[in-house]
Write a protein that binds this ligand. Structure first.
Ligand code: ADE
Length: 258
């Protein structure tokens, strides 16, 4: 199964004309909306806060046009914050895939990085190896592997280079603060990026047969004495700008006909 998926990447660029982005937070994605001049499209479902924007990126004389959409899970009306985490992201991405029908879904955003794997603040990674879940501990024989996920990532080298990103293992969980057990998991699995959505979106994309890419920029270091939350708050805006520049590079590369 995973071999088939990996070989699918051959010629993926030629197949991709409609690109859907999903960001967990507005602060991470607003810069890309502004740069591309995309138009607000409102809610994807009248009963959910998930909202999207879309538009066309002109190819110019040497390229082809791309259709681009960005979806957010939206603001939680009860708590007044972005609906981060796997469940809202998966629902929003599902709605976007059904409405917009992307050829490629890109989960872009920020993450906690691990210094021991070479991460530093502002570094950008594309998900490599397998996507993991670090908080789905199910010690029952037939469910254990399902809990961890191990959803194969597709790393297209030319695409990675166009992004200016390193490849790293991404692990997903619904908590920002890790437990001691999760810390051992990160070390054992050589995780480089810890975040809260990618593996669930990789799983959805596999089910829907949509190409998937996770691009994550490091706002804080998990294996560093400074608390993750304070580094995250301090670096969020600056690192989100770095991320937007890399995503623009990706779109520029996508536009060029081979
Ligand atoms: N997003 C940014 N930093 C993160 C962290 N340390 N953990 C989970 N998600 C994050």
């Amino acid at each position: 199964m995973s071999t088939d998926i990996r070989s699918d990447i051959e010629g993926m660029k030629a197949e991709v004309q409609r690109i859907g982005f999903i960001f967990a937070m507005r602060a991470e994605g607003q810069g890309l909306i502004d740069r591309l001049g995309l138009t607000e499209q409102g809610r994807l479902d009248p009963d959910l806060p998930a909202c999207w924007v879309s538009g066309r990126v002109e190819g110019g004389s040497s390229g082809r046009d791309l259709e681009v959409a960005i979806v957010f899970a939206g603001e939680d009306p009860y708590h007044g914050c972005d609906r981060i985490g796997t469940l809202p992201a998966t629902m929003a991405a599902y709605l976007l895939c059904r409405r917009f029908r992307p050829d490629l879904l890109v989960n872009a955003g920020t993450c906690g990085g691990f210094q021991r794997e070479g991460a530093s603040i502002g570094a950008v990674y594309v998900g490599g190896g397998d996507f993991l879940f670090h908080d789905r501990r199910i010690p029952l024989p037939e469910f254990e592997a399902f809990g961890i996920g191990r959803i194969p990532a597709i790393v297209d080298e030319p695409m990675r280079m166009a992004l200016g990103a390193e490849s790293g293992i991404i692990s997903t969980g619904d908590s920002f603060a890790p437990t001691a057990e999760e810390q051992s998991f990160f070390e054992r699995e050589r995780v480089t990026c810890k975040e809260m959505e990618a593996a669930s979106l990789a799983s959805l994309s596999r089910d829907l047969g949509v190409h998937f890419l996770a691009v994550k920029a490091v706002t804080d270091l998990v294996d560093h004495p400074e608390p993750e939350a304070s580094a995250f708050a301090r670096n969020l805006n600056r690192v989100s700008q770095i991320l937007v520049e890399r995503l623009i590079n990706l779109l520029e590369w996508m536009k060029v006909r081979e």
